[in-house]
Each structure stands twice: as C-alpha cells, then as structure tokens.
Design a protein around this ligand. Structure first.
Ligand code: SAH
Length: 256
C-alpha cells in the first residue's frame, strides 16, 4: 500500500472534556482508528468511518504492536492514554514495541501529543502543592521490584521533595499503599500535608486534605492521585471554602 500511515500517541487528560487539548481533539476527529484501554477508548465519540480497538489494561505491548501495524497499513491511528501519554502510560510502551519490532515501522510518521496529567489536575484543585521542587513516583510494582519503590520513597522523603504518587492501590496490589504510609511516617513529620484526589474532573470527584498522622490506607484506590507535601507545604484555612494547599517557591534549607 502506498498511503502513508500516521501514528499519534495522545493524552485525553484526567476526564473532563474541557481538559482535552484542541490539538488532541483535532487528532481524534481526523483518525481512522483509535487504540487503547477500554475506558479511555470509551471517551472518544463514535462516528462513521472510525474504528475503535478497545483492549484490556495489561496488554500494552500487544496494543502498541497493533497500532504500529495499522499505521504501517496506511491508517491514521491514535493511541489514547488518560492524562499525559508520556507519564506512566502508552508513549513509552509504543516506543518499546518500535525499538524491538519491524524496522520498517521506524519510517512511520509518529508523534506524541501531551495531555493534562493527573498530578497537575489534582494540584490545581487544591492550590499549588507542587509549587517548589517535587517528584512523581508510580507505586505499582508490576514493572519494577517493590524494593526499588521503597528506596525511592525514602530518598525522596529525605530530599524533602513534595511527591505525586500515581497508582497507589488496586485489587491486585492491596498492601502497598499501607506500607507507603509506614515509610513516609518513618521519614517525615506527622503533620506533613497529604492530599487524596480521586477521579479529578469527573462527576465522582472527591478531594480529601489530611496529615500523614491521620491518613488511612483505604483513602487511596486506583482512581486516586496522592500528593504528599514537603516540610514547607502548608494550608491557608478559609471560613466558607476548603483550605488552600500550597508549597512556597522559596526554601531556605529545610529538612533532609
Ligand atoms: N497517564 C496518566 C497516568 C496513568 S497511571 C496521567 O498522566 O495522568 C494511572 C494513575 O493515574 C491512577 O492510578 C491515578 O493515580 C492517576 N489518575 C489518572 N486519572 C486520574 C484522575 N482523573 N483523578 C485522580 N487520579 C488519576
């Protein structure tokens, strides 16, 4: 076939339609095929001429190969992720498949379109908890040993980073978040601010602001993004509105 295919790896944002960038909306409107995890593919409106390829969550490499194959056949393929596709999501999976796969795939037109990642949507909801240095850690040990997660948590706590914790808990990983709280309590003060932002920008959204001393493992599930403050992260308490959580831009030394 002499048609030139195209592969776009796009982020759909945290859920709300208003948080899909115009660039991503345009790519979806032009696509012939959408490839992704079922619930994300469901966010793309059906229309004549558009083929939806929804798959299970654990088959990222198969899904990536399918997308590359379709693009090689001349299709205009969009691989969708929630949030940003480069943050614990499909972009790296597609490049892993590209690196190991058919050399002809390297001639394809491939682009990555950013999206609003969960930590930014969650941070904006409560104020500016990521206003100073921070890091993002994926708590899932599906693709790395749990010991490495523990080591990174401890070192990030000792360096006094604020932290955005993705994938805190799921049915197949029931104890990891309880252990995360234990480690953080060993390394950080009891009054450290912690935010549980669940289903941000979706109708079921809930936001809870707490402290490390009071946080409970059940407050996090697979739809929750957890933000742990640094030693300078603080609350601005208000009468008729939830507290604002922010981390000042200036830090004069600090814990660690
Ligand atoms: N690529 C996605 C992250 C995929 S990992 C992004 O950039 O946001 C999946 C994890 O992201 C979830 O376990 C949760 O921690 C977080 N997440 C994704 N969407 C979310 C939302 N709307 N609200 C809260 N957390 C979300």
């Amino acid at each position: 076939m002499n048609t030139v295919g195209r592969l776009t790896i796009a982020g759909l944002g945290p859920g709300a339609a208003e948080l899909v960038t115009p660039e991503v909306a345009e790519a979806l409107a032009q696509a012939s095929d959408i490839v992704g995890y079922g619930p994300y593919v469901d966010r793309v409106p059906a229309r004549p001429g558009l083929t939806l390829h929804a798959s299970d969550n654990r088959v990222e490499l198969d899904r990536s190969r399918l997308a590359l194959d379709l693009a090689a056949q001349g299709r205009d393929v969009v691989v969708v992720s929630s949030g940003d596709p480069g943050v614990f999501a499909m972009a790296a999976a597609v490049f892993e498949a590209l690196e190991a796969g058919d050399p002809a795939w390297r001639t394809l037109d491939i682009r990555v379109l950013p999206g609003v990642t969960a930590m930014l949507a969650a941070a904006a909801r409560v104020g500016a908890p990521l206003g100073h240095d921070f890091c993002a850690i994926n708590l899932s040990d599906n693709l790395k040993p749990w010991e490495l997660v523990e080591r990174r948590l401890r070192l990030a706590a000792q360096a006094d980073f604020a932290m955005a914790l993705y994938n805190p808990s799921s049915r197949s990983r029931p104890w990891q978040f309880a252990r995360t709280l234990e480690i953080l309590r060993e390394e950080k003060g009891a009054e450290t601010v912690i935010v549980f932002a669940r289903s941000v920008s979706q109708p079921q959204e809930t936001i809870a602001v707490s402290t490390l001393a009071e946080a409970r493992p059940e407050q996090a599930d697979m739809r929750t993004l957890v933000i742990v403050g640094s030693s300078t992260t603080r609350l601005i308490v208000r009468q008729n509105a939830p507290p604002i959580v922010y981390t000042p831009r200036r830090c004069d030394g600090g814990a660690g």
